[in-house]
Ligand binder design. Structure first.
Ligand SMILES: *Cc1c(COP(=O)(O)O)cnc(C)c1O
Length: 237
Protein backbone atom coordinates (compact mmCIF):
# COMPACT_ATOMS: atom_id res chain seq x y z
CA UNK A 1 0.00 0.00 0.00
CA UNK A 2 2.59 2.49 1.12
CA UNK A 3 4.82 1.76 -1.83
CA UNK A 4 1.88 2.08 -4.19
CA UNK A 5 1.03 5.62 -3.27
CA UNK A 6 4.63 6.67 -2.77
CA UNK A 7 5.18 5.98 -6.43
CA UNK A 8 1.84 7.46 -7.39
CA UNK A 9 2.58 10.75 -5.61
CA UNK A 10 6.13 11.05 -6.92
CA UNK A 11 4.94 10.32 -10.43
CA UNK A 12 2.02 12.74 -10.17
CA UNK A 13 4.37 15.44 -8.90
CA UNK A 14 6.75 14.74 -11.77
CA UNK A 15 3.90 15.07 -14.26
CA UNK A 16 2.77 18.37 -12.75
CA UNK A 17 6.34 19.69 -12.98
CA UNK A 18 6.52 18.65 -16.64
CA UNK A 19 3.32 20.52 -17.38
CA UNK A 20 4.59 23.57 -15.49
CA UNK A 21 7.77 23.56 -17.60
CA UNK A 22 5.89 23.29 -20.87
CA UNK A 23 3.48 26.06 -19.93
CA UNK A 24 6.37 28.26 -18.80
CA UNK A 25 8.17 27.70 -22.11
CA UNK A 26 5.02 28.55 -24.05
CA UNK A 27 4.87 31.87 -22.22
CA UNK A 28 8.56 32.59 -22.74
CA UNK A 29 9.54 32.02 -19.14
CA UNK A 30 11.70 29.56 -17.32
CA UNK A 31 10.15 26.83 -15.18
CA UNK A 32 12.03 27.93 -12.08
CA UNK A 33 10.15 31.23 -12.08
CA UNK A 34 7.05 29.24 -11.13
CA UNK A 35 6.50 27.96 -7.62
CA UNK A 36 4.39 24.93 -6.93
CA UNK A 37 2.33 24.95 -3.75
CA UNK A 38 1.26 21.36 -3.08
CA UNK A 39 -2.20 21.72 -1.56
CA UNK A 40 -2.25 19.26 1.31
CA UNK A 41 -5.59 20.16 2.90
CA UNK A 42 -7.40 17.04 4.17
CA UNK A 43 -4.37 14.90 3.22
CA UNK A 44 -2.70 12.79 5.89
CA UNK A 45 0.86 13.28 7.03
CA UNK A 46 2.16 10.07 5.48
CA UNK A 47 1.25 11.19 1.99
CA UNK A 48 2.50 14.69 2.66
CA UNK A 49 5.88 13.29 3.70
CA UNK A 50 5.98 11.24 0.49
CA UNK A 51 5.36 14.38 -1.54
CA UNK A 52 8.11 16.21 0.30
CA UNK A 53 10.54 13.37 -0.27
CA UNK A 54 9.66 13.66 -3.96
CA UNK A 55 10.54 17.37 -3.88
CA UNK A 56 7.48 19.32 -2.73
CA UNK A 57 8.76 22.19 -0.61
CA UNK A 58 5.69 24.41 -0.22
CA UNK A 59 2.48 23.11 1.31
CA UNK A 60 -0.92 24.79 1.17
CA UNK A 61 -3.55 24.40 3.87
CA UNK A 62 -6.95 26.06 4.07
CA UNK A 63 -7.76 25.69 7.78
CA UNK A 64 -5.62 27.10 10.55
CA UNK A 65 -6.42 24.39 13.09
CA UNK A 66 -5.77 21.51 10.66
CA UNK A 67 -2.50 23.11 9.65
CA UNK A 68 -1.48 23.56 13.26
CA UNK A 69 -2.00 19.87 13.98
CA UNK A 70 -0.03 18.84 10.91
CA UNK A 71 2.81 21.24 11.53
CA UNK A 72 3.16 20.06 15.13
CA UNK A 73 2.99 16.42 14.12
CA UNK A 74 5.47 16.84 11.25
CA UNK A 75 7.97 18.59 13.52
CA UNK A 76 7.71 15.69 15.97
CA UNK A 77 8.03 12.97 13.32
CA UNK A 78 10.37 14.54 10.81
CA UNK A 79 12.20 17.59 12.20
CA UNK A 80 14.54 17.34 9.20
CA UNK A 81 11.75 18.28 6.78
CA UNK A 82 11.10 22.01 6.79
CA UNK A 83 8.47 22.95 4.23
CA UNK A 84 7.11 26.44 3.70
CA UNK A 85 3.53 26.51 4.94
CA UNK A 86 1.01 28.59 3.01
CA UNK A 87 -2.45 29.55 4.18
CA UNK A 88 -4.66 29.47 1.09
CA UNK A 89 -8.08 29.50 2.78
CA UNK A 90 -10.21 32.19 4.32
CA UNK A 91 -8.79 33.55 7.58
CA UNK A 92 -11.02 34.53 10.48
CA UNK A 93 -9.76 37.32 12.69
CA UNK A 94 -9.79 35.18 15.82
CA UNK A 95 -7.22 32.93 14.10
CA UNK A 96 -4.95 35.72 12.91
CA UNK A 97 -2.52 35.35 15.79
CA UNK A 98 -2.10 31.61 15.25
CA UNK A 99 -1.79 32.14 11.50
CA UNK A 100 1.14 34.50 12.06
CA UNK A 101 2.83 31.84 14.19
CA UNK A 102 2.35 29.11 11.59
CA UNK A 103 2.51 30.42 8.04
CA UNK A 104 5.29 31.67 5.81
CA UNK A 105 2.80 33.14 3.35
CA UNK A 106 -0.86 34.05 3.84
CA UNK A 107 -2.66 34.14 0.46
CA UNK A 108 -6.01 35.35 1.73
CA UNK A 109 -5.93 38.98 2.87
CA UNK A 110 -9.31 40.37 1.86
CA UNK A 111 -9.89 43.39 4.09
CA UNK A 112 -7.99 46.23 5.70
CA UNK A 113 -9.17 45.17 9.16
CA UNK A 114 -7.82 41.64 8.72
CA UNK A 115 -4.54 43.09 7.46
CA UNK A 116 -4.38 45.38 10.50
CA UNK A 117 -4.91 42.43 12.85
CA UNK A 118 -2.18 40.41 11.18
CA UNK A 119 0.13 43.42 11.21
CA UNK A 120 -0.46 43.84 14.94
CA UNK A 121 0.19 40.17 15.74
CA UNK A 122 3.28 40.14 13.54
CA UNK A 123 4.57 43.26 15.23
CA UNK A 124 4.12 41.64 18.66
CA UNK A 125 6.46 38.78 17.71
CA UNK A 126 8.72 40.94 15.55
CA UNK A 127 7.98 39.01 12.38
CA UNK A 128 7.55 40.43 8.91
CA UNK A 129 4.60 38.45 7.61
CA UNK A 130 4.50 37.78 3.87
CA UNK A 131 1.00 38.16 2.46
CA UNK A 132 -1.02 38.22 -0.76
CA UNK A 133 -4.25 40.09 -1.31
CA UNK A 134 -7.05 37.80 -2.46
CA UNK A 135 -9.23 39.27 -5.20
CA UNK A 136 -12.72 38.09 -5.99
CA UNK A 137 -13.40 38.46 -9.70
CA UNK A 138 -16.83 36.82 -9.85
CA UNK A 139 -19.96 37.38 -7.82
CA UNK A 140 -20.16 33.88 -6.33
CA UNK A 141 -21.35 34.34 -2.76
CA UNK A 142 -19.27 31.41 -1.54
CA UNK A 143 -15.97 33.00 -2.47
CA UNK A 144 -13.92 35.42 -0.43
CA UNK A 145 -11.75 38.27 -1.60
CA UNK A 146 -11.76 42.01 -2.18
CA UNK A 147 -13.68 43.19 -5.24
CA UNK A 148 -11.78 44.46 -8.26
CA UNK A 149 -13.14 47.94 -7.44
CA UNK A 150 -11.68 47.88 -3.95
CA UNK A 151 -8.41 46.17 -4.69
CA UNK A 152 -6.13 49.18 -5.32
CA UNK A 153 -7.15 50.89 -2.12
CA UNK A 154 -6.58 47.70 -0.12
CA UNK A 155 -3.23 47.04 -1.79
CA UNK A 156 -2.01 50.52 -0.91
CA UNK A 157 -3.02 50.11 2.73
CA UNK A 158 -1.43 46.67 3.07
CA UNK A 159 1.69 47.79 1.25
CA UNK A 160 2.24 50.49 3.86
CA UNK A 161 1.88 48.28 6.93
CA UNK A 162 5.20 47.91 8.71
CA UNK A 163 5.04 44.24 9.63
CA UNK A 164 3.49 42.99 6.40
CA UNK A 165 5.36 42.32 3.20
CA UNK A 166 2.91 42.41 0.35
CA UNK A 167 4.18 40.03 -2.34
CA UNK A 168 1.29 40.12 -4.77
CA UNK A 169 -2.20 38.93 -5.61
CA UNK A 170 -4.20 35.73 -5.46
CA UNK A 171 -7.52 34.67 -6.93
CA UNK A 172 -9.83 31.65 -7.06
CA UNK A 173 -11.86 31.94 -10.26
CA UNK A 174 -15.16 30.12 -10.76
CA UNK A 175 -14.74 26.49 -11.78
CA UNK A 176 -15.15 25.63 -15.45
CA UNK A 177 -14.77 22.20 -17.03
CA UNK A 178 -12.83 23.81 -19.86
CA UNK A 179 -9.83 25.69 -18.44
CA UNK A 180 -9.94 28.04 -21.44
CA UNK A 181 -13.04 29.55 -19.86
CA UNK A 182 -10.95 30.52 -16.84
CA UNK A 183 -8.37 32.38 -18.92
CA UNK A 184 -10.17 35.79 -18.80
CA UNK A 185 -10.07 35.73 -14.99
CA UNK A 186 -6.32 35.08 -14.98
CA UNK A 187 -5.79 37.89 -17.49
CA UNK A 188 -7.85 40.18 -15.29
CA UNK A 189 -5.80 39.43 -12.17
CA UNK A 190 -2.62 40.00 -14.17
CA UNK A 191 -3.94 43.40 -15.29
CA UNK A 192 -4.65 44.43 -11.70
CA UNK A 193 -1.13 43.26 -10.77
CA UNK A 194 0.43 45.35 -13.56
CA UNK A 195 -1.67 48.33 -12.53
CA UNK A 196 -0.43 48.09 -8.94
CA UNK A 197 3.17 47.80 -10.13
CA UNK A 198 2.67 50.85 -12.36
CA UNK A 199 1.73 52.74 -9.20
CA UNK A 200 5.14 51.90 -7.80
CA UNK A 201 4.40 48.83 -5.70
CA UNK A 202 7.13 46.22 -5.90
CA UNK A 203 5.07 43.07 -6.30
CA UNK A 204 6.32 39.80 -7.72
CA UNK A 205 3.80 37.06 -6.97
CA UNK A 206 0.64 36.05 -8.82
CA UNK A 207 -0.97 33.09 -7.10
CA UNK A 208 -3.44 31.60 -9.56
CA UNK A 209 -4.20 28.22 -11.09
CA UNK A 210 -5.30 24.91 -9.55
CA UNK A 211 -5.26 21.30 -10.77
CA UNK A 212 -7.71 21.89 -13.58
CA UNK A 213 -6.27 25.11 -14.97
CA UNK A 214 -2.73 25.76 -13.76
CA UNK A 215 -1.26 25.55 -17.26
CA UNK A 216 -3.54 28.31 -18.52
CA UNK A 217 -2.74 30.33 -15.39
CA UNK A 218 0.98 30.04 -16.11
CA UNK A 219 0.44 31.13 -19.71
CA UNK A 220 -1.25 34.22 -18.27
CA UNK A 221 1.56 35.03 -15.86
CA UNK A 222 1.08 32.95 -12.70
CA UNK A 223 4.23 32.74 -10.57
CA UNK A 224 2.65 30.45 -8.00
CA UNK A 225 0.19 27.63 -8.69
CA UNK A 226 -1.78 25.79 -6.00
CA UNK A 227 -2.23 22.16 -6.93
CA UNK A 228 -3.89 19.52 -4.78
CA UNK A 229 -5.86 16.83 -6.61
CA UNK A 230 -3.34 16.43 -9.43
CA UNK A 231 -0.69 15.50 -6.85
CA UNK A 232 -2.56 13.72 -4.07
CA UNK A 233 -5.63 12.40 -5.89
CA UNK A 234 -9.25 13.12 -5.06
CA UNK A 235 -9.91 14.43 -1.58
CA UNK A 236 -12.53 12.75 0.55
CA UNK A 237 -14.06 15.45 2.69
C1 LIG B 1 -8.28 23.28 -2.57
C2 LIG B 1 -7.63 24.48 -3.13
C3 LIG B 1 -6.70 24.38 -4.18
C4 LIG B 1 -6.33 23.08 -4.87
O1 LIG B 1 -7.37 22.59 -5.63
P1 LIG B 1 -7.17 21.34 -6.61
O2 LIG B 1 -8.26 21.48 -7.59
O3 LIG B 1 -7.29 20.12 -5.77
O4 LIG B 1 -5.83 21.47 -7.22
C5 LIG B 1 -6.10 25.55 -4.61
N1 LIG B 1 -6.39 26.74 -4.06
C6 LIG B 1 -7.26 26.87 -3.05
C7 LIG B 1 -7.53 28.22 -2.48
C8 LIG B 1 -7.93 25.75 -2.56
O5 LIG B 1 -8.79 25.90 -1.56
Amino acid sequence: MLIFYTMAIAEALYNVHKKISSAALRSGRSADEIKLVAVSKTIGLEKIIQAMKAGASMLGENRVQDAKNKITELKAQRPDLKPEWHLIGNLQKNKAKTAVQLFDLIHSIDSASLAEDINRHASAVDKVQRVLVQVKLSDEVTKHGVSSDGVMELLEKVYDMDYLRLDGLMTIPPFFEDPEDTRPYFKWLRELFEKAKAKGMRLHELSMGMSNDFEVAIEEGATMVRVGTAIFGERNY
